[in-house]
Design a protein around this ligand. Structure first.
Ligand code: PLP
Length: 396
């Protein structure tokens, strides 16, 4: 009954683990949820206040597809500031999370026969969206370079069918932050081969010193005409469920995105648009700095504890809020006679016996890794990683 295109589309594994953990919690089991892709924290009072005011002011109407003009003006100013290149309001738009912005971009840019390069491990949704557009994802392995992109290897992935590359820095799930030197080289390569660059910087504010986030347009201004910048309010402002994302692209691409969105979701929630406007107020910079400082401390705690677990090795992440340890040494071991053949089985046993939810690396195209989010209260990090250590030590 279903259309052909749905045959290979499965639900997001990250959502799956999150739901399973929630269900166990509802049943009274104390589960430490390392599987969440969002902050476990309240948003700032001024953002909440702006949403309430929008309701009280009767902001019930449809808006322009890509957002109210005040918001687009502010977004354009922000993108101009961070790229050092002029972006106008008709080169930016507001979407229902970065996910919608990414889907729109991929859908208007790629088609059957096109190849799109995605560094692997990758955020679950990137390849699925490329496939939904009928194009083919081509994976560039990064495990052997501490999750950084080797530009020579990237060049070897380019064929006459390559149309684009999806970059994500800071990176989910690895926490890698790409260097200015690599991004510059990637941009030059993209220009040389006429590739479109989708640049997902959802975690741009969550980078830990001395690491620094670099925007590709700022580094190589000529790439602006071939780049779609995607950002999110979800992580930075703790409003993941409100669905607030941003896209910046050259006008012809943005126009196509507006046309597509006008026939799908139309505008995003009107109230959230006013909340986003308040979020962009400089008064909220301190809120974001607080989140970053807190995550930085939690990262240190998590890294220290994971370092004590035998059989796990972890590249130090410098951005986002995930650890992505290699668990190869655990595969083939057994728990009470049950052999752990795959990372998926490991995830099940961890939930069942250690009461911790993680996301298996298989969700990200990396079968020998697990993703652990440290955006949860410090005491939960300590409890959960202690349980993980006990679990690992009990394996035979
Ligand atoms: N891009 C990356 C790399 C992400 O990790 C996520 C969410 O986890 C998104 C995009 C989607 O974010 P949003 O909540 O804004 O849709």
């Amino acid at each position: 009954m279903l259309a052909e295109r749905m045959k290979h589309l499965s639900g997001s594994k990250t959502t799956g683990m999150r739901n399973l953990a929630r269900k166990m919690r509802a049943e009274g089991v104390r589960v430490v949820n390392f599987a969440a892709g969002e902050l476990d924290q309240d948003t700032s009072p001024s953002i909440k206040q702006a949403a309430r005011q929008a309701i009280d002011a009767g902001r019930t109407q449809y808006t322009d597809t890509l957002g109210i003009s005040e918001l687009r003006e502010r977004l354009a100013q922000k993108v101009t500031r961070k790229t050092g290149i002029q972006y106008t309001a008709d080169e930016v738009g507001f979407s229902a999370g970065a996910k919608q912005a990414l889907f729109n971009a991929v859908f208007v840019l790629f088609q059957p026969n096109d190849e799109v390069i995605i560094p692997a491990p990758y955020w679950v949704t990137f390849p699925e969206q490329v496939r939904m557009a009928g194009a083919t994802p081509v994976f560039l392995p990064t495990q052997h370079h501490d999750f950084q992109i080797d530009v020579d290897e990237l060049a070897k992935c380019i064929t006459p069918r390559t149309r684009g590359i999806v970059l994500n820095t800071p990176h989910n799930p690895t926490g890698a932050v790409y260097s200015a030197r690599d991004l510059e080289a990637i941009a030059r390569l993209a220009l040389q081969h006429n590739l479109v660059c989708i640049f997902d910087e959802c975690y741009e504010e969550l980078v830990y010193a001395p690491a620094v986030h670099h925007n590709i347009v700022k580094l190589v201004p000529e790439i602006k005409g071939r780049t779609v910048l995607v950002g999110s309010f979800s992580k930075t402002y703790c409003i993941a469920g409100w669905r607030a994302g941003v896209v910046a692209a050259p006008q012809p691409i943005l126009k196509a995105i507006a046309n597509l969105q006008s026939h799908t979701a139309s505008n995003t929630c009107n109230i959230v648009q006013y909340a986003a406007l308040a979020a962009l107020d400089p008064a909220n910079d301190a809120f974001v700095a607080g989140i970053r400082a807190q995550l930085s401390t939690q990262r240190a705690t998590a890294l220290q504890l994971i370092g004590k677990i035998p059989g796990l090795s972890c590249v130090v992440p410098t951005g986002a809020f995930y650890l992505f340890p290699d668990i190869s040494e655990l595969l083939g071991k057994s728990l009470k006679g049950q052999r752990i053949e795959t990372v998926d089985r490991l995830a099940e046993l961890l939930l069942e016996h250690a009461h911790i939810a993680i996301v298996p690396g298989s969700a990200f195209g990396a079968d020998h890794y697990i993703r652990i989010s440290y955006a949860i209260p410090a005491e939960e990090i300590v409890a959960g990683l202690t349980q993980l250590e006990q679990f690992v030590r009990s394996l035979a």
